[in-house]
Design a binder for this molecule. Sequence first.
Ligand code: FAD
Length: 402
Amino acid sequence: QQTKYDVVIIGAGAAGLFCAARLGQAGKSVLVLDNGKKIGRKILMAGGGFCNFTNLDVTPQHYLSQNPHFVKSALARYTQWDFISLVSEHGIGYHEKELGQLFCDHSSQQIVDLLLKECQKGQVEIQLRQQVDTVERLENADGGKVRFRLQSNGNKLLCHHLVIATGGLSMPALGASAFGYKLAEQFGLNVVAPRASLVPFTWREQDKVYAQLAGVSLAVNVEAKSGKQFYNQMLFTHRGLSGPAMLQISNYWQPNQTLAIDLLPQQNISDYLHELRQTSPKMQLKTALGRILPKRLVELWLELKLFDDQAIAQLSKVRLQQLEQLIHHWQFDPNGTEGYRTAEVTMGGVDTAVISSKTMQAHDIPGLYFIGEVLDVTGWLGGYNFQWAWSSAYVCAEAIAA
Ligand code: FAD
């Protein structure tokens, strides 16, 4: 017994479900297979349970890929405004948190429910707890109408179009697997080496003393070797440095590179101390620094003898320069990152050079498509990765439905 579908989609995450809904509503018979016991598990976790589903400001510059032009077509054809309209049609309340990031007012579950309702409208069939064992390409089966045969949980499935939406490697606890990459390789398609991204950094031995600051956060400017910079919150953790500033810069960081961190980007320390020298010359340096930086950080620096506590009036030029260096040019050498266990996304993936940016179809394998994070496309933190899932799924569905 072999069941036949127009389209089989592997992966019931953001991209897979959205693509399935569009195709089902276009009249295609669609089956979605997922290895988990629930659909959209990353959506549920996203945005601290409120799903940052898109961003008001989406441009190709918010994405990284070996081919930076690859995202342009899909992002232009299905924009953030299109997804926002869909969210509104479903009566889901949302708000902008900061930097254009849109979150659900109530819960991420609302986005999963939206996708499920859209799939139901299209009579999409979803099968969970599936283990896809084999995928074969068929030549001229059923007059060319069947191009792939799959075996999943022992069942044989036939389809004309096969869409891979299995996402990246981050968070294996949520079902992440290398399935998409392996399948690409099976069909001779190049995969750009994956690595964990939007991920916290870990301390080197010499910096572990900062672990005692776990919980301290401050707004910083962080700069990668390439010159890419982000201004946002940084959080000290037991393991290293986290917070949005660090997650963002992790997309632009390579092993063994140093990050330059300005711990007081909104103010110049020399100007500040110069002013205090006029108004409160007797004030101790520790007190002065404690007013503009987290006290625990200042106390630790004092313990580590990174500055001497003295009256501001006595501060020498050399000491001031040392403080400038410490505060505005902290050189942080990460040991590495926390890896896939906590990463929000995977950089790298199926090489966009082998995929059509208009349809997401593999150039050399008619009927085989890759959408979402499984591709070598990585967005910034802030709703960009979901927008990529929606946009790439949309153009894929349009191409198949046509
Ligand atoms: P996924 O949503 O990961 O879906 C892939 C699906 O494929 C999963 O259901 C998985 O179980 C299934 N699968 C995997 N392997 C197999 C297999 N072998 N067989 C069958 N099924 C398989 N992005 C944002 O834009 N905003 C956010 O707020 C945000 N928050 C995040 C929070 C966390 C904790 C994490 C981990 C990620 C977050 N992201 C966020 C990133 C975002 O979740 C992903 O980029 C997005 O889900 C990618 O969509 P996708 O459909 O390509 O993959």
